[in-house]
Design a protein around this ligand. Sequence first.
Ligand code: GDP
Length: 435
Amino acid sequence: KPIVAIVGRPNVGKSTLFNQIGKKRVSIVEDIPGVTRDRIYLDAEWLNTEFTMIDTGGIELETTDHILTSMRHQANLAIEEADVVVFVVDAKTGMTAADEEVAHILRTSKKPILLAVNKVDSPNKENEIYEFYNLGLGDPIPISASNALNLGDLLDQVVENFPKDAVDEKEADEISIAVIGRPNVGKSSLVNALLGQERVIVSNIPGTTRDAIDTHFVKDDTKFILIDTAGMRRKAKIDLPIERYSVMRSLRAVDRSDVVLMVINADEGITEQDKKIAGYAHEAGKGIVIVVNKWDLVEKDDKTSLRFTEDLRDEIGFMQYAPVLYTSALTKQRVHRVTDLVKYVAEQQAMRIQTSVLNQVITDATAINPPPSHKGKRLKIYFTTQADIKPPTFIFFVNEPEIMHFSYLRFLENKLRESFGFEGTPLKLIVRGRK
Ligand code: GDP
């Protein structure tokens, strides 16, 4: 999916714009209750084209009081990683020095930049946008984010500017893996250890083949792709300066993956950035495996991994379903288990439950723990069906959808997991009314 970055000073209306475009999202699958949605990323669709929007202001790692510094960061992030940059300025305050500075950075990039002048809600809009021609970013597009004016024009131009070149196509039976995690946790080492195993046959080597960024390999007759591994594989040979944790690059890899390998290291645990990306993977319905690397550096007794797993589960909240593997890329301990676990999770994601079996489980569950009631009316679940896989999606047909409570949905989810497994994969639960 193409990535659209929204850049701009605080208070120009980035979040409002963000949320307005999000409203246009057509979603048949309701969010799983209890999952906090991070509003920094948003999947949107316009003219049948899906894309991911990012508020670059929100993914700043270091907090800095200085507007200019943080704006420069934003702009550079956006230029590096996004396919289209929307630069938002404010018609009410007019052009500022910070705007000019950012425009200067954006102008020197080769990425398509769209200049949106927000808060133009009066009919004599022309006057308010003229001064922004001075930014040298082409025709300013007048919009009003809060009144949803002209957003269609803006989105038309966003979509027109998406790159046409398609990424490396995957074969139907390949399992694609996104390896994510902050720099220095051992992603490259792990990838190289993985590919260096006996019985692993690598069919291409990114970095030697022009344009190849993914690594295709086969292990025990199962085909895998490691997404966006060009940098990782080269890194083993050349000492590169420490890279930033590139959120956008990670998101793009997650979008293209079946299963996300989240690599963390044993002494740091899971970071905020990791959690954000994991949340994104969860919402996108991707499978997830947590790899705790550098396990050789940890002093252990027989309960260490158990305790570590417990702490981790407290940390990650919603992602209780993710299996955890303890590895050392250095000693190769358990590296051979990575692909088995990925394959297992991919199978769990694609599992279909027979309708009769499914309904029996739900009937039994409601007998143990009756559904909630509201104003004297009790929720009745008439029928449950699995509508989809990857992620497994269940529709509950009920008398009154409003009576369903998120805690009860969570109970049902737990029952489904107890009965069928679904390890490593998020589930989508949809509640529909039926007369
Ligand atoms: P990346 O930035 O996540 O790709 O991390 P690298 O693979 O470049 O590894 C960062 C550093 O950690 C390097 O010095 C590696 O040699 C070291 N390293 C990676 N995996 C392990 C491990 O399992 N154990 C130990 N002790 N060191 C590791």
